[in-house]
Design a protein around this ligand. Sequence first.
Ligand SMILES: [Zn+2]
Length: 480
Amino acid sequence: MTLQIYNSLSRAKETFVPLHPGRVTMYVCGPTVYDDAHLGHGKTYVNFDIVVRYLRYLGYDVLYVQNITDVGHLLDSGQDRMLKGAQREHVHPMQLAEEYTYRYFRDMDRLNVGRPSISPRASGHIPEMIAWVQQLLASGHAYEVNGSVYFDVRSFEGYGKLSGRRTDEAMSGTRVQVLDEKRDAADFALWKRADPEHIMRWPSPWGEGFPGWHIECTVMATKYLGQPFDIHGGGLDNKFPHHECEIAQAEAATGHPFARYWLHNGMLMISGEEMHKSAGNFVTLAQALDEWEPLVIRTFILQGHYRNPLDLTHEALLAAQKGWGRLMDVVRLVRHRLPTAPAGDVSSDLAARLEEARRAFEASMDDDLNSAGALAAMFDLTRDVNTLLNASAPLSQTDLQAIDALYGRLLGDVLGIMPATLEVEAHVGLSDGLIRLLVDTRSSLRQARQWAAADAIRDGLQALGVQLKDGPDGTTWTVQ
Ligand SMILES: [Zn+2]
């Protein structure tokens, strides 16, 4: 099977075929660095990290661009988020941008989100944005009013093709003064005149001002990836107006299509509610990462489909912790057994089982990057591997190496939920050895027909979560 992805633009699953064989160009809207990243950012960037990792697993050379917004992203009140943050902390906006860019990457590193190939900053691309706005003015797709430049939505027929919308209902809250300047309520700012107190300002052909938010993504995506490029990703909340505006600016100016596949990820909910500072359920990513093992949070995110909303509850995180622990335990046990395992080839049964797991994993990932299905395939495999590890016939070194390699590739490289170094703690080997000792003791007791003592061992182990199973080849066990 080949990779199928849901394209928001066509509203259908499509076979993914990159523009250039073997290469994928991908852009994802990055953070506005005026405050700490929250759990919702964690979901978004883990979701797109999986896209990149899986494409690389499939052998593609992926050029991944994710911008840093450090100017022009306004609040509904019309205030620039960067200036709001700078006032809050009494620092220069660029100092604020530096601090929160650092914190963003620190948090993403902890979540094992790979760094983008290029992280361009909006404030470093003002001349390119001005040139793009000039091109839109020259081609009749924009107009200037009092030092601000607006995109003329009616001049571009394709406006609305991504979202099916043309106007923003939330615009009723927009400042009247701005509405007065626009020819149509749906028109949006490409360049804004700076009021005297506005700190972030650059000279332009229209006087001192600053760029609108949407133009930065169009300009930086096409600068580094060309036009068209393969994949544009972002949160569902950015589909309209942000992504619609990106398309309009790009395609109106050049006449070429912008992005070929649009991917949107669903939002994170907290116990069934949207996360808002005002709702009192706002959790920064750093707080969550201090409270929980980061790779458990990552596993929790991957247990949902990226396009769906994900509801975070304490119980769901506990379940993810248990599942993640089970996966890591089997890898630890395999690595613990490796040095003392007998030599030998991979058994054909094991090779077939590993191949089946790999196929099931890939089939899920090929189906619109269904990480939940991929994880389920690994849980299935883990159950069988545990049975094999606890069977009386020991696995050979080659067997164990084959298991370890598959886990490393799928859980490590693709899903990113395996730590770079997984310490084989002494207690893993100890508990494994103790269970084996008790199982052997029980077998001796049974041979001596001391049923009560043998059953006491079985029941005692069961109370500790160790389930024994007697079979023709001896006793095996599973650990809950
Ligand atoms: Zn964007």
